[in-house]
Design a protein around this ligand. Sequence first.
Ligand SMILES: Nc1ncnc2c1ncn2[C@@H]1O[C@H](COP(=O)(O)OP(=O)(O)O)[C@@H](O)[C@H]1O
Ligand SMILES: CC(C)(COP(=O)(O)O)[C@@H](O)C(=O)NCCC(=O)O
Ligand SMILES: [K+]
Length: 247
Amino acid sequence: MNCPCLQIDLGNSSAKWRLVDDGQVLARGRYGRDDPASREALLGVAPVPVAIWVSSVADAEHESQLVTMLGERWGVEPWFARTPAHCAGLSNSYAEPQRMGVDRWLAMLGARARCADRLCVVDAGSALTIDLVDAGGRHEGGYIIPGARLMERALLLDTGRVRFEQDPQYDLAPGTSTAQAVRHGIALAQAGAVQQALAQAGEPAPALFFCGGDGALLRDLLGEPGEFAADLVFEGLQVMAAEQGTQ
Ligand SMILES: Nc1ncnc2c1ncn2[C@@H]1O[C@H](COP(=O)(O)OP(=O)(O)O)[C@@H](O)[C@H]1O
Ligand SMILES: CC(C)(COP(=O)(O)O)[C@@H](O)C(=O)NCCC(=O)O
Ligand SMILES: [K+]
């Protein structure tokens, strides 16, 4: 049957999307509201989606702009995943489950679909999130840390002399200029946070999954442990949609 589904991961930096039909990814992209070319690419996607599923951590205003845009283009009302207390054998540790970012929840669901062991999901986007799930599917807890760009912005905002023109790579060596000291310091903080979270997690060592726009870079910095799975949020969206009878 031909029923292409558009899946959207609306994060704080941008929206990632992919068009899936019968388990095949037909197209994918990144959409930013201030980037007309990325809008054209999304709205020009073919074949026309018959369902639209959304993971969103954006505010109500951004969500309703997205709903309007998609409705005007295709007349399809998107389904928004919302964080529940339980789904597909995964249980939420929050007393108020809906307060957990649905991207974190879905990435964990996606990782659980790949691995039945204790696991850790590292999602390096606007924020760096680190979440642990035990082998029974219980969310042990997690961490929310400013991502690399947010860390740099915070330094520039609240200091007088941390200023630089260069654009050095993220690296763990001590820096020998302001630019390097900042970028390498941020790399150290991001990689160090993951290492410390894993040390805190103890035994058995969880299977490690990376996702998010900076996930591959962060995994490289750590010496390439675990697996980079760019589509974990989309994979979780599929699990949750199937549970809820959306497909
Ligand atoms: N093609 C790209 N366009 C924009 N940012 C990218 C791209 N590839 C990697 N990135 C990195 O991804 C980060 C954002 O990650 P992402 O997972 O999209 O965040 P969010 O889910 O918060 O929107 C950016 O800070 C940037 O460093
Ligand atoms: C932690 C996040 C900001 C991560 O968002 P992202 O970096 O993917 O844009 C998001 O999952 C969120 O808004 N969470 C709500 C608070 C919580 O999870 O407890
Ligand atoms: K994140």
